[in-house]
Design a binder for this molecule. Structure first.
Ligand code: HEM
Length: 240
């Protein structure tokens, strides 16, 4: 087996198929590759988040910390990667936008799965796949009965025990020099990065389509702005 076989390069490199006239292919190709790269990173993020959930469930905190470090770096990469697609000018995007039809990032089931796996399912997003058995199966493989948020609350913080002041417990944990504190701080990093991604995506969309509606049928940036400042680990932020 050689490099090309192992990576299935022949298949991979034929998966970019612009729909617009040839003169627009350079820009549409950038658009496609950017989205495909995101989906690949989403795939890896899902694997890593599953691993963190399992590690915390088994109280293997050092293992969870190692995996969170990888997750944070992937997240930082996908935030930074927005800079590449930001080089696509509004008029360049308009020249091939119609060829996308109703395709939209809103339909990214891996993204919807990640939101749910972390602990903040977007029901409107998830409902769109109700009649699609294939995607339902894929989502079922992504979403776990216990989300990362739930496992952190139950296993790490011990939330839900009557008479406990969770805010005080979290604050004490965050301030103590311990592995648990390191892990909680990594979860704050993850939350910040997810929110940074949302912010950079809104600004990208604003400069690319202005006030136009989205291909997915939303109001565009006014909808996307409603998704800002929505942390997953609210308890951690409240305890600071
Ligand atoms: C020129 C570039 C882009 C434009 C103009 C754009 C536009 C939009 C718009 C208008 C929406 C709202 C839904 C709709 O009505 O379509 C949306 C949602 C979304 N886009 Fe993009 N987008 C761009 C790049 C990207 C990239 C590179 C990704 C990476 C995967 C992405 C992922 C998403 C996701 C996940 C949502 C759903 C967000 C949520 O509901 O929380 N978009 N996009």
């Amino acid at each position: 087996m050689d490099y090309s076989d192992y990576l299935k390069l022949n298949q991979l490199l034929t998966l970019q198929q612009p729909k617009s006239p040839h003169s627009e292919h350079r820009n549409e190709n950038l658009f496609i590759i950017t989205h495909q790269t995101y989906e690949l990173w989403f795939k890896q993020l899902i694997i890593e988040i599953h691993h963190v959930i399992d590690s915390i469930s088994k109280s293997e905190i050092a293992d969870a910390i190692n995996t969170m470090q990888r997750i944070t770096i992937i997240m930082q990469t996908i935030v930074d990667q927005i800079s590449i697609i930001e080089t696509l000018k509004s008029h360049e995007f308009q020249r091939f936008r119609n060829y996308l039809g109703s395709a939209s990032g809103f339909q990214s089931w891996q993204f919807a799965g990640i939101e749910a796996l972390l602990g903040k399912p977007d029901n409107k997003k998830l409902q769109q796949y109700q009649c699609d058995n294939e995607i339902q199966k894929k989502l079922a493989a992504i979403i776990r009965p216990v989300s990362l948020h739930e496992v952190v609350c139950e296993q790490l913080i011990g939330a839900g025990i009557p008479g406990q002041d969770n805010k005080k417990i979290i604050k004490t944990m965050l301030e103590s020099p311990s592995c648990e504190s390191l892990l909680l701080n990594q979860l704050l990093d993850l939350d910040s990065l997810l929110q940074k991604w949302r912010y950079r995506h809104v600004k990208l969309v604003e400069r690319t389509i202005g006030q136009r509606t989205g291909t997915g049928g939303s109001d565009g940036i006014s909808y996307l702005k409603t998704t800002l400042f929505t942390p997953i680990f609210e308890e951690l932020w409240e305890a600071l």
